[in-house]
Ligand binder design. Structure first.
Ligand SMILES: [Zn+2]
Length: 239
């Protein structure tokens, strides 16, 4: 008797529809995009990093889940991960607990461990890749879903010393809600690390808008507001 076929997981659609409004503020004054050709059958359209003329924040349009690119891109990602981990080392040298959001295969926790050997890394991702990452011990705990899912938000509330998000806010439908949820899973005084713009399309205004958003959500911006990553601390007074 043959073994039953392995259960198949339906594929996540790679590209969602374009949106005409800013996911941060609802404005329809988006930076003019270059006109693109209709994608051929079976070939997805390109996702671009778009900027809102009103709030100056950026997002991927259409939103696309972050995923592994080709080899050169992956090397660039590894370098940025190492630099980001070192940047956090200056602000928070000995965190006990760290949640990497949108972690995928947990490449960032793997890279950061070289700098934080005593830190417990957990991972959250919308896909089941994070379960595989736990199986190979890249993360200790794995959560499938979004920070804004009520069962995840309540379980993780004020739990982490550090929360990191790389290329995550650009790819979710409601980045403000996700950012607020990220602040809430930090303990007061905990640190947030946000990796922002696509390095191939530097948008200097984008992190500035992000910094203002972090201040509005009860954080102090410690650095990187003009670069490709922002480090912030949740204020002690934050509810
Ligand atoms: Zn906007």
């Amino acid at each position: 008797m043959s073994a039953p076929p392995a259960p198949s997981v339906p594929p996540v659609p790679r590209y969602r529809p374009y949106r005409a409004d800013c996911p941060w503020c609802g404005s329809r004054r988006l930076r003019a995009r270059p006109r693109r050709e209709e994608p051929r059958q079976g070939e997805p359209g390109r996702s671009v990093l778009e900027r809102c003329a009103d709030c100056r924040l950026g997002f991927r349009n259409p939103p696309v889940p972050a995923e592994a690119g080709h080899a050169a891109l992956r090397a660039g990602v590894r370098l940025r991960h190492a630099l980001a981990a070192r940047a956090m080392l200056r602000h928070c040298p000995e965190p006990e607990s760290w949640l990497d959001v949108g972690t995928g295969d947990a490449d960032f926790p793997l890279a950061a461990r070289a700098h934080f050997p005593y830190t417990s890394f957990d991972g959250l991702d919308a896909t089941h890749r994070v379960l595989r990452a736990r199986a190979v011990e890249r993360v200790e705990e794995a959560f499938v879903g979004r920070l804004t899912d009520p069962h995840i938000a309540s379980r993780l509330r004020a739990r982490y010393d550090v929360v990191s998000l790389f290329q995550y806010l650009e790819s979710v439908p409601d980045p403000r809600a996700e950012l607020r949820a990220a602040v809430r899973v930090l303990r007061p005084g905990g640190h947030l690390l946000v990796g922002v713009a696509d390095p191939r399309r530097i948008l200097p205004a984008h992190p500035v808008g992000l910094a203002a958003e972090l201040v509005a959500q009860g954080c102090t911006v410690l650095g990187g507001a003009r670069g490709q990553r922002v480090v912030a601390r949740r204020d002690w007074s934050a509810a």
